[in-house]
Design a protein around this ligand. Structure first.
Ligand code: SAH
Length: 367
Protein backbone atom coordinates (compact mmCIF):
# COMPACT_ATOMS: atom_id res chain seq x y z
CA UNK A 1 0.00 0.00 0.00
CA UNK A 2 1.54 3.28 -1.03
CA UNK A 3 0.24 6.36 0.68
CA UNK A 4 1.83 9.65 1.66
CA UNK A 5 1.37 8.73 5.30
CA UNK A 6 3.62 5.70 5.23
CA UNK A 7 6.46 6.57 7.59
CA UNK A 8 9.63 4.47 7.53
CA UNK A 9 7.69 1.69 5.79
CA UNK A 10 5.14 1.65 8.60
CA UNK A 11 1.59 2.65 7.90
CA UNK A 12 -0.22 4.94 10.32
CA UNK A 13 -3.45 3.07 11.05
CA UNK A 14 -5.14 6.30 12.15
CA UNK A 15 -5.27 7.33 8.50
CA UNK A 16 -7.12 4.23 7.32
CA UNK A 17 -10.85 3.84 6.96
CA UNK A 18 -12.56 0.56 7.78
CA UNK A 19 -12.25 -0.94 4.29
CA UNK A 20 -8.58 0.01 4.06
CA UNK A 21 -7.93 -1.52 7.48
CA UNK A 22 -9.63 -4.73 6.42
CA UNK A 23 -7.49 -4.84 3.28
CA UNK A 24 -4.38 -4.22 5.37
CA UNK A 25 -5.24 -7.04 7.76
CA UNK A 26 -6.03 -9.42 4.89
CA UNK A 27 -2.62 -8.65 3.42
CA UNK A 28 -1.18 -9.88 6.71
CA UNK A 29 -2.99 -13.18 6.14
CA UNK A 30 -5.78 -12.50 8.63
CA UNK A 31 -9.55 -12.71 8.12
CA UNK A 32 -11.31 -9.44 7.31
CA UNK A 33 -13.29 -9.36 10.57
CA UNK A 34 -10.01 -8.76 12.37
CA UNK A 35 -9.91 -5.52 10.45
CA UNK A 36 -13.09 -4.34 12.09
CA UNK A 37 -11.82 -5.34 15.52
CA UNK A 38 -8.60 -3.47 14.87
CA UNK A 39 -10.44 -0.43 13.53
CA UNK A 40 -12.57 -0.22 16.67
CA UNK A 41 -9.41 -0.13 18.76
CA UNK A 42 -7.74 2.47 16.61
CA UNK A 43 -10.67 4.82 15.99
CA UNK A 44 -13.28 3.88 18.59
CA UNK A 45 -11.14 3.35 21.67
CA UNK A 46 -8.23 5.53 20.54
CA UNK A 47 -5.84 2.79 21.66
CA UNK A 48 -2.25 3.82 22.32
CA UNK A 49 -0.62 0.38 22.49
CA UNK A 50 -0.89 -2.92 20.67
CA UNK A 51 -0.98 -4.79 23.96
CA UNK A 52 -4.32 -3.39 25.01
CA UNK A 53 -6.00 -4.87 21.88
CA UNK A 54 -6.96 -7.89 23.92
CA UNK A 55 -9.20 -9.59 21.37
CA UNK A 56 -6.53 -9.71 18.67
CA UNK A 57 -4.24 -12.75 18.40
CA UNK A 58 -0.72 -12.20 19.62
CA UNK A 59 0.74 -12.97 16.20
CA UNK A 60 -1.33 -10.21 14.64
CA UNK A 61 -0.34 -7.75 17.35
CA UNK A 62 3.30 -8.58 16.71
CA UNK A 63 2.91 -8.10 12.99
CA UNK A 64 1.21 -4.77 13.63
CA UNK A 65 3.93 -3.62 16.00
CA UNK A 66 6.38 -4.40 13.24
CA UNK A 67 4.57 -2.79 10.33
CA UNK A 68 2.20 -0.15 11.63
CA UNK A 69 1.94 3.01 13.69
CA UNK A 70 -0.80 4.02 16.10
CA UNK A 71 -0.93 7.69 15.41
CA UNK A 72 2.11 9.84 15.02
CA UNK A 73 1.34 12.89 17.15
CA UNK A 74 2.74 13.52 20.59
CA UNK A 75 1.25 16.05 22.97
CA UNK A 76 4.23 17.95 24.27
CA UNK A 77 2.65 20.97 25.95
CA UNK A 78 -0.64 21.76 27.58
CA UNK A 79 -1.44 25.29 28.69
CA UNK A 80 -4.54 26.13 30.66
CA UNK A 81 -6.08 29.58 30.45
CA UNK A 82 -7.64 31.31 33.43
CA UNK A 83 -11.01 30.77 31.70
CA UNK A 84 -10.48 27.00 31.54
CA UNK A 85 -9.54 26.86 27.86
CA UNK A 86 -6.71 24.41 27.19
CA UNK A 87 -4.23 24.70 24.36
CA UNK A 88 -2.43 21.54 23.30
CA UNK A 89 0.76 21.68 21.33
CA UNK A 90 1.26 18.51 19.35
CA UNK A 91 4.37 17.49 17.49
CA UNK A 92 4.27 15.52 14.26
CA UNK A 93 6.57 12.70 13.28
CA UNK A 94 8.70 15.12 11.24
CA UNK A 95 9.04 17.50 14.17
CA UNK A 96 6.42 20.10 13.23
CA UNK A 97 4.30 21.75 15.89
CA UNK A 98 0.55 22.16 15.53
CA UNK A 99 -2.04 23.39 17.99
CA UNK A 100 -5.45 22.28 19.11
CA UNK A 101 -7.69 24.05 21.62
CA UNK A 102 -10.32 22.73 24.06
CA UNK A 103 -12.95 25.32 24.95
CA UNK A 104 -15.40 24.54 27.76
CA UNK A 105 -18.74 26.35 27.74
CA UNK A 106 -21.13 24.99 30.35
CA UNK A 107 -22.00 21.45 29.31
CA UNK A 108 -20.48 22.04 25.92
CA UNK A 109 -16.86 21.26 25.20
CA UNK A 110 -15.65 22.34 21.80
CA UNK A 111 -12.37 21.21 20.32
CA UNK A 112 -10.78 23.44 17.72
CA UNK A 113 -8.47 21.41 15.47
CA UNK A 114 -5.80 22.22 12.92
CA UNK A 115 -5.83 21.03 9.32
CA UNK A 116 -2.41 22.21 8.16
CA UNK A 117 0.99 23.09 9.57
CA UNK A 118 0.80 26.86 9.08
CA UNK A 119 -1.38 28.32 6.33
CA UNK A 120 -0.97 29.59 2.77
CA UNK A 121 -3.78 32.12 2.69
CA UNK A 122 -1.99 35.16 4.10
CA UNK A 123 -4.90 36.87 5.86
CA UNK A 124 -3.33 40.06 7.15
CA UNK A 125 -4.89 39.98 10.63
CA UNK A 126 -4.08 36.33 11.46
CA UNK A 127 -1.04 35.06 13.36
CA UNK A 128 -1.04 31.63 11.71
CA UNK A 129 -0.67 33.30 8.31
CA UNK A 130 2.73 34.64 9.34
CA UNK A 131 4.06 31.07 9.46
CA UNK A 132 3.31 30.38 5.80
CA UNK A 133 2.33 26.84 4.82
CA UNK A 134 4.75 24.08 5.83
CA UNK A 135 2.54 21.19 4.75
CA UNK A 136 -0.92 19.62 4.89
CA UNK A 137 -1.83 17.37 7.79
CA UNK A 138 -2.73 13.83 6.76
CA UNK A 139 -6.07 12.33 7.85
CA UNK A 140 -4.46 10.47 10.74
CA UNK A 141 -2.88 13.65 12.07
CA UNK A 142 -6.22 15.42 11.93
CA UNK A 143 -8.17 12.73 13.79
CA UNK A 144 -5.35 11.98 16.21
CA UNK A 145 -5.76 15.50 17.64
CA UNK A 146 -9.20 14.40 18.82
CA UNK A 147 -7.99 11.07 20.19
CA UNK A 148 -5.10 12.71 22.03
CA UNK A 149 -7.41 15.34 23.51
CA UNK A 150 -9.79 12.61 24.67
CA UNK A 151 -6.94 10.80 26.37
CA UNK A 152 -5.89 14.02 28.09
CA UNK A 153 -9.44 14.66 29.28
CA UNK A 154 -9.72 11.14 30.63
CA UNK A 155 -6.79 12.00 32.87
CA UNK A 156 -7.56 15.53 33.94
CA UNK A 157 -11.37 15.63 33.84
CA UNK A 158 -12.68 12.07 33.79
CA UNK A 159 -16.18 11.85 32.36
CA UNK A 160 -15.88 15.06 30.36
CA UNK A 161 -16.61 14.55 26.65
CA UNK A 162 -15.82 16.57 23.56
CA UNK A 163 -19.27 17.56 22.29
CA UNK A 164 -18.41 19.81 19.35
CA UNK A 165 -15.62 19.98 16.84
CA UNK A 166 -14.57 22.96 14.76
CA UNK A 167 -11.98 23.01 11.98
CA UNK A 168 -10.87 26.48 13.01
CA UNK A 169 -7.34 25.88 14.22
CA UNK A 170 -4.24 26.36 12.11
CA UNK A 171 -4.71 26.09 8.37
CA UNK A 172 -7.39 26.34 5.72
CA UNK A 173 -9.35 23.08 5.81
CA UNK A 174 -10.67 23.35 2.26
CA UNK A 175 -7.13 23.82 0.94
CA UNK A 176 -6.41 20.33 2.34
CA UNK A 177 -9.68 19.08 0.93
CA UNK A 178 -9.27 15.31 0.52
CA UNK A 179 -7.59 14.76 3.88
CA UNK A 180 -10.18 16.86 5.68
CA UNK A 181 -13.06 14.97 4.05
CA UNK A 182 -11.48 11.68 4.99
CA UNK A 183 -11.00 12.88 8.58
CA UNK A 184 -14.70 13.79 8.70
CA UNK A 185 -15.62 10.28 7.56
CA UNK A 186 -13.36 8.75 10.18
CA UNK A 187 -14.62 10.93 13.02
CA UNK A 188 -18.32 10.49 12.25
CA UNK A 189 -18.16 6.71 11.72
CA UNK A 190 -20.40 4.91 14.20
CA UNK A 191 -17.68 2.39 15.07
CA UNK A 192 -15.15 5.18 15.51
CA UNK A 193 -15.37 8.40 17.50
CA UNK A 194 -19.02 8.54 16.36
CA UNK A 195 -19.24 12.33 16.44
CA UNK A 196 -22.39 13.80 14.98
CA UNK A 197 -21.82 15.75 11.77
CA UNK A 198 -24.30 18.30 13.09
CA UNK A 199 -21.79 19.10 15.81
CA UNK A 200 -18.87 19.53 13.45
CA UNK A 201 -18.11 22.80 11.69
CA UNK A 202 -15.67 23.39 8.87
CA UNK A 203 -14.56 27.00 8.53
CA UNK A 204 -13.20 28.42 5.29
CA UNK A 205 -11.81 31.65 3.91
CA UNK A 206 -14.09 31.03 0.94
CA UNK A 207 -12.46 28.72 -1.61
CA UNK A 208 -15.42 28.68 -3.97
CA UNK A 209 -14.77 25.47 -5.99
CA UNK A 210 -14.13 23.56 -2.76
CA UNK A 211 -17.35 24.88 -1.21
CA UNK A 212 -19.23 23.68 -4.31
CA UNK A 213 -17.58 20.28 -4.02
CA UNK A 214 -18.35 20.05 -0.30
CA UNK A 215 -22.01 20.59 -1.12
CA UNK A 216 -21.94 17.35 -3.12
CA UNK A 217 -20.34 15.15 -0.42
CA UNK A 218 -22.22 12.56 1.59
CA UNK A 219 -20.66 13.85 4.80
CA UNK A 220 -22.25 17.16 5.76
CA UNK A 221 -20.59 19.25 8.44
CA UNK A 222 -21.80 22.73 9.28
CA UNK A 223 -20.22 25.41 7.17
CA UNK A 224 -18.63 28.60 8.47
CA UNK A 225 -17.29 31.31 6.19
CA UNK A 226 -14.78 33.94 7.28
CA UNK A 227 -16.22 36.98 5.57
CA UNK A 228 -14.52 39.73 7.58
CA UNK A 229 -15.40 42.63 5.27
CA UNK A 230 -18.47 44.17 3.69
CA UNK A 231 -16.89 45.24 0.39
CA UNK A 232 -14.26 43.91 -2.01
CA UNK A 233 -12.01 46.89 -1.55
CA UNK A 234 -11.40 46.06 2.11
CA UNK A 235 -11.57 42.28 1.71
CA UNK A 236 -8.97 42.40 -1.10
CA UNK A 237 -6.64 44.10 1.35
CA UNK A 238 -7.11 41.96 4.42
CA UNK A 239 -7.79 38.60 2.72
CA UNK A 240 -5.81 38.23 -0.53
CA UNK A 241 -7.94 35.19 -1.47
CA UNK A 242 -10.70 37.72 -2.27
CA UNK A 243 -8.81 38.80 -5.38
CA UNK A 244 -9.48 35.32 -6.72
CA UNK A 245 -12.95 34.66 -5.32
CA UNK A 246 -14.64 37.96 -4.60
CA UNK A 247 -17.61 38.54 -2.32
CA UNK A 248 -20.20 38.18 -5.08
CA UNK A 249 -18.81 34.82 -6.20
CA UNK A 250 -18.44 33.63 -2.62
CA UNK A 251 -21.98 34.53 -1.64
CA UNK A 252 -23.25 33.08 -4.91
CA UNK A 253 -21.72 29.74 -3.90
CA UNK A 254 -23.21 30.04 -0.43
CA UNK A 255 -26.68 30.80 -1.80
CA UNK A 256 -26.40 27.71 -4.00
CA UNK A 257 -25.08 25.52 -1.18
CA UNK A 258 -27.53 22.71 -0.39
CA UNK A 259 -28.26 23.43 3.27
CA UNK A 260 -30.28 20.90 5.14
CA UNK A 261 -33.51 22.01 6.70
CA UNK A 262 -33.17 24.27 9.70
CA UNK A 263 -29.44 24.57 9.27
CA UNK A 264 -27.68 27.90 8.86
CA UNK A 265 -24.36 29.01 7.51
CA UNK A 266 -22.17 30.86 10.00
CA UNK A 267 -20.41 33.99 8.81
CA UNK A 268 -17.42 35.01 10.87
CA UNK A 269 -16.56 38.67 10.98
CA UNK A 270 -13.36 39.78 12.70
CA UNK A 271 -13.87 43.34 13.92
CA UNK A 272 -10.91 45.60 13.10
CA UNK A 273 -11.07 49.17 14.38
CA UNK A 274 -11.42 51.69 11.57
CA UNK A 275 -11.18 48.98 8.90
CA UNK A 276 -14.52 47.17 8.82
CA UNK A 277 -16.48 48.33 11.86
CA UNK A 278 -18.48 51.35 10.69
CA UNK A 279 -22.25 51.71 10.50
CA UNK A 280 -21.88 51.65 6.70
CA UNK A 281 -20.20 48.25 7.00
CA UNK A 282 -23.09 47.04 9.13
CA UNK A 283 -25.60 48.21 6.53
CA UNK A 284 -23.70 46.65 3.61
CA UNK A 285 -23.33 43.41 5.54
CA UNK A 286 -27.06 43.21 6.18
CA UNK A 287 -27.71 43.80 2.46
CA UNK A 288 -25.17 41.17 1.39
CA UNK A 289 -26.45 38.46 3.69
CA UNK A 290 -30.15 39.20 3.36
CA UNK A 291 -32.09 36.06 2.47
CA UNK A 292 -29.30 33.62 3.35
CA UNK A 293 -30.20 31.33 6.28
CA UNK A 294 -27.30 32.38 8.43
CA UNK A 295 -25.95 33.76 11.63
CA UNK A 296 -23.14 36.18 12.12
CA UNK A 297 -20.33 35.58 14.60
CA UNK A 298 -18.62 38.84 15.46
CA UNK A 299 -15.05 38.28 16.66
CA UNK A 300 -13.30 41.29 18.18
CA UNK A 301 -9.79 41.14 16.79
CA UNK A 302 -7.34 39.29 19.03
CA UNK A 303 -4.01 41.04 19.07
CA UNK A 304 -0.70 39.45 18.22
CA UNK A 305 2.67 41.04 17.52
CA UNK A 306 3.48 42.61 14.16
CA UNK A 307 -0.09 43.21 13.09
CA UNK A 308 -1.10 46.79 12.34
CA UNK A 309 -4.64 46.45 13.71
CA UNK A 310 -6.63 47.32 16.75
CA UNK A 311 -9.64 45.87 18.45
CA UNK A 312 -12.56 48.32 18.39
CA UNK A 313 -13.69 49.76 21.73
CA UNK A 314 -16.40 47.85 23.61
CA UNK A 315 -18.83 50.68 22.68
CA UNK A 316 -18.01 50.39 18.98
CA UNK A 317 -18.40 46.60 19.11
CA UNK A 318 -21.77 46.90 20.81
CA UNK A 319 -22.95 49.56 18.37
CA UNK A 320 -21.97 47.36 15.42
CA UNK A 321 -23.74 44.35 16.86
CA UNK A 322 -26.88 46.35 17.61
CA UNK A 323 -26.91 47.80 14.13
CA UNK A 324 -26.65 44.47 12.27
CA UNK A 325 -29.28 43.01 14.58
CA UNK A 326 -31.59 45.92 13.91
CA UNK A 327 -31.11 45.23 10.21
CA UNK A 328 -32.26 41.65 10.69
CA UNK A 329 -29.10 39.56 11.12
CA UNK A 330 -28.81 37.20 14.07
CA UNK A 331 -25.45 38.36 15.38
CA UNK A 332 -23.47 36.88 18.25
CA UNK A 333 -20.42 38.28 19.91
CA UNK A 334 -17.70 35.70 20.28
CA UNK A 335 -15.93 36.57 23.49
CA UNK A 336 -12.24 35.76 23.28
CA UNK A 337 -11.41 32.45 24.94
CA UNK A 338 -7.93 31.56 26.06
CA UNK A 339 -6.42 34.83 24.87
CA UNK A 340 -4.05 34.91 27.85
CA UNK A 341 -2.33 31.81 26.43
CA UNK A 342 -2.62 32.83 22.75
CA UNK A 343 -5.28 30.23 22.14
CA UNK A 344 -7.97 32.59 20.82
CA UNK A 345 -9.01 32.92 17.16
CA UNK A 346 -6.12 33.92 14.96
CA UNK A 347 -3.49 33.60 17.68
CA UNK A 348 -2.28 30.08 16.94
CA UNK A 349 1.33 30.38 15.93
CA UNK A 350 3.28 28.08 18.24
CA UNK A 351 4.10 30.80 20.69
CA UNK A 352 4.18 29.78 24.32
CA UNK A 353 3.61 32.79 26.48
CA UNK A 354 1.28 33.84 29.24
CA UNK A 355 0.50 30.93 31.53
CA UNK A 356 3.51 28.76 32.23
CA UNK A 357 4.02 25.89 29.86
CA UNK A 358 3.67 22.63 31.72
CA UNK A 359 5.59 19.79 30.13
CA UNK A 360 3.27 16.81 30.19
CA UNK A 361 5.55 14.46 32.04
CA UNK A 362 5.72 16.84 35.01
CA UNK A 363 1.99 17.11 35.48
CA UNK A 364 0.71 16.03 38.86
CA UNK A 365 -0.49 12.47 38.98
CA UNK A 366 2.00 11.13 36.46
CA UNK A 367 5.14 9.31 37.33
N1 SAH B 1 -8.79 29.19 7.51
C1 SAH B 1 -10.11 28.96 8.05
C2 SAH B 1 -10.07 28.29 9.39
C3 SAH B 1 -9.48 29.15 10.49
S1 SAH B 1 -10.79 29.76 11.45
C4 SAH B 1 -10.88 30.27 8.10
O1 SAH B 1 -10.26 31.32 7.95
O2 SAH B 1 -12.09 30.25 8.24
C5 SAH B 1 -10.07 31.09 12.27
C6 SAH B 1 -11.04 32.24 12.40
O3 SAH B 1 -10.39 33.26 13.18
C7 SAH B 1 -11.38 32.89 11.07
O4 SAH B 1 -12.73 33.25 11.07
C8 SAH B 1 -10.53 34.14 11.05
O5 SAH B 1 -11.13 35.15 10.29
C9 SAH B 1 -10.45 34.49 12.50
N2 SAH B 1 -9.25 35.22 12.90
C10 SAH B 1 -8.02 35.14 12.35
N3 SAH B 1 -7.16 35.95 13.00
C11 SAH B 1 -7.87 36.54 13.98
C12 SAH B 1 -7.53 37.45 15.04
N4 SAH B 1 -6.29 37.90 15.18
N5 SAH B 1 -8.51 37.84 15.88
C13 SAH B 1 -9.76 37.33 15.77
N6 SAH B 1 -10.13 36.46 14.82
C14 SAH B 1 -9.20 36.08 13.94
Amino acid sequence: MVAPWVVDDRIDLRTLDLAETEAFVRALGQPAYRGEQLWRWVHGAGARTWDEMSNLPKALREALADQAELGTLTVDQVQTSRDGTRKLRLTTRDGRAIESVLIPDGEKLTQCISSQVGCALDCQFCATAKLGLARHLDPGEIVDQVYRARALLAEVEPGRRITNLVYMGMGEPLHNYDNVIKSLRLLTHELGANLSQRRITVSTVGLVPAIEKLGREDVRPNLAVSLNASCDEVRDQIMPVNRKYDIARLLGAIRAYPLERRRRVTFEYVLLAGVNDTMDDAARLARLLGGIPCKLNLIPWNPHPEAPYQRPSPEAIEAFQNQVKRLGLPAYLRTPRGDDIDAACGQLANRAQGAPVVPLRRRAGRA
